[in-house]
Ligand binder design. Structure first.
Ligand code: NOJ
Length: 587
């Protein structure tokens, strides 16, 4: 039976796919061991061939690089190691010439402590910039010891407040001490953010990815967070700083500028599980943001109190997260951003498939299929299209570079110096969840340093030794590669736009811990996406799962679609290890 047409509004940004570039590790053009913008420009054809519409450039502005550019000291210039503003202009032009768009990263919840604004702000209590950041007096305990204004923790360990001796007050930093939070209550701060946006949009940028944008409105009482974990009086204060009281007022202002330029926007929103709250930001007629990144599926393997504690999960949990967002956004004219990986996450083949090396390619293809054919805008993170994996198990801690991981390690050494078990467990978890896993240089070839930088250069972070087998050069001309499979998935999504972009979503075989399957339907056109999440062969009963008949095989991860149809003609279908198949079925 034909389903009623979707109530979803159509929009160009729903039909696009996005490719994320983390500049330090993309491609080095001058052999200094650090990726750069000319390096990115040299790879635009590679990105275009993948079927990408939008390139998102992670922060490349001037920065002391305490948090790899998420600590910006000047929003109007580019870090020397990455290039110049003129290089970004060339990058924009290179994208536009190929029919692609370019997104900049907008990091405006905080700046670097080396930003002129903060330097002035901390210089005295009565200077013009004092109020640009969040300054509070100390509290004192019964013994008269100085304490921070509240118990909030920083995302990078320890109190979220830093004492400033010079002016005798604390400032707030939800991330590193060197990343003070801006005070969005103060109108000149918001005006400065709007100016930055216009500056890059006027240069031809096509929109923004907005860093932790739901933290910009904070509860002005700055209360203590309720103590949930008796082991520590320090708590996430997210209840008071995520999705705060004036968030949508601020988003409305951002939305007006975005609309003026018909610009793309994706907001990063940690700590939101409430679909209604997200909808207020992304419902089509709200004109705030196009879509947001939520975190439920990437937090799936975190420990109860700490990301670096072991955590366990089931496939049914993962499917349930997706189902909830998929159905809610479809029914309410919202929109999803679809991602497995980014620069803060480990590689998906390791996290979700946990596949043995012999199944790397199949697992990578399976994950590509599951992600990109759901309802939403798919994001591909550099190297994901090649099936890049986590750092090697045997890597020493000295190979890890990320502040999040290293702060955790140093804190552990300080508090549990002789607890070798805790240290061993943390090391194992770093190899599973540290952000370093997604930050190794892109593997361009089997040359020394993976072709990322010159053979004699020293890359800022070691290249994964598996680049000798897994690299772009080996994949671009191989029709069976992960790279070319991603290209097929993205092409298929565009070819059947009604179904895969505007169709509705229903989970199939919901309770299975081995199969992730869903249908997409637009009026009387229906597709089934069926994937095996195990390394064994599975028998799958199509009839009991409500499939009435197969019209056509649209995609298969093992082979071309020729001659595959009979495998999906009877009642029981056999699925090979990590196999993915996309079928046009009877509605
Ligand atoms: C989220 C970014 O993705 C992450 O890399 C960064 O460390 C924090 N926000 C702070 O800006």
């Amino acid at each position: 039976m034909a389903k009623p047409a979707s109530q979803l509004h159509r929009a160009w940004w729903k039909e696009c796919s996005v490719y994320q570039i983390w500049p330090a590790s993309y491609k080095d053009s001058n052999d200094d061991g650090i990726g750069d913008i000319p390096g990115i420009i040299s790879k635009l054809d590679y990105i275009k061939k993948l079927g990408i519409d939008i390139v998102w450039l992670c922060p490349s502005y001037k920065s002391p690089q305490v948090d790899m550019g998420y600590d910006i000291s000047d929003y109007y210039s580019i870090a020397d190691e990455y290039g110049t503003v003129a290089d970004v202009e060339k990058l924009i032009q290179g994208c536009h010439e190929r029919g692609m768009k370019l997104l900049m990263d907008l990091v405006v919840n905080h700046t670097s402590d080396q930003h002129e604004w903060f330097k002035k702000s901390r210089s005295s209590k009565d200077n013009e910039y004092r109020n640009w950041y969040v300054w509070k007096p100390a509290r004192y305990d019964e013994q008269g010891n100085r304490q921070p204004p509240n118990n909030w923790v920083s995302h990078f360990q320890g109190s979220a407040w830093e004492w400033d001796e010079h002016t005798g007050e604390y400032y707030l930093h939800l991330y590193a001490t060197e990343q003070p939070d801006l005070n969005w209550e103060h109108p000149p701060v918001r005006k400065a953010v709007h100016d930055i946006m216009r500056f890059w949009l006027d240069k031809g940028a096509d929109g923004f990815r907005m860093d932790v944008i739901n933290f910009v409105s904070k509860d002005q009482r700055f209360p203590d967070a309720p103590v949930k974990d008796p082991r520590t009086p320090w708590q996430w204060g997210d209840k008071y700083y995520a999705n705060g009281p004036r968030l949508h007022e601020y988003f409305q202002d951002l939305g007006k500028i975005l609309k003026e330029y018909d610009a793309f926007s994706v907001g990063e929103m940690p700590f939101v599980k409430d679909t209604e709250e997200v909808l207020r930001a992304v419902r089509y007629d709200r004109n705030e943001l196009n879509m947001i990144f939520n975190f439920e599926h990437v937090d799936i393997d975190h420990g109860t109190y700490d990301k670096f504690e072991p955590g366990s999960w089931k496939l049914t949990d993962l499917k349930a997260f997706f189902e909830r967002w998929q159905k809610f956004m479809y029914d309410n004219d919202g929109w999803n951003a679809l991602y497995w990986e980014n620069h803060d996450q480990p590689r998906s083949i390791d996290r979700y498939a946990q596949a043995k090396e012999e199944f790397r390619t199949q697992a990578g293809k399976m994950l590509a299929t599951v992600l990109a054919l759901q309802s939403g805008t798919p994001f591909v993170y550099q190297g994901q299209e090649l099936g890049m994996r986590n750092v090697p198990r045997e890597w020493d801690i000295s190979e890890y570079k990320d502040i999040d991981c290293l702060n955790h390690w140093h804190r552990l050494l300080k508090h549990k110096p002789s607890d070798t078990e805790a240290q061993k467990s943390a090391r194992q978890e770093y190899q599973k969840k540290s952000r370093d896993n997604g930050r190794t240089p892109v593997q361009w070839s089997n040359a020394p340093n993976g072709g990322f930088t010159g053979p004699d250069a020293k890359p800022w972070m070691s290249v994964n030794p598996d680049h000798v087998r897994v690299n772009a050069e080996a994949q671009v001309n191989d029709p069976n590669s992960t790279y070319n499979y991603w290209a097929r998935v993205l092409r298929l999504r565009k070819k059947y736009l009604d179904i895969f972009v505007y169709g509705d979503y229903d989970l199939v075989d919901k309770d299975s811990q081995e199969v992730f399957a869903y249908s997409r339907q637009y009026e009387d056109q229906k597709a089934l996406v069926l994937t095996n999440w195990t390394e064994g062969t599975l028998e799958w009963d199509s009839t009991t799962n409500g499939i009435k008949g197969v019209k056509e095989v649209l995609l298969n991860s093992y082979e071309s679609t020729e001659g595959v149809k009979e495998r999906f003609s009877g009642q029981t279908w056999s699925l090979r290890p990590y196999e993915a198949v996309v079928l046009l079925v009877q509605a």
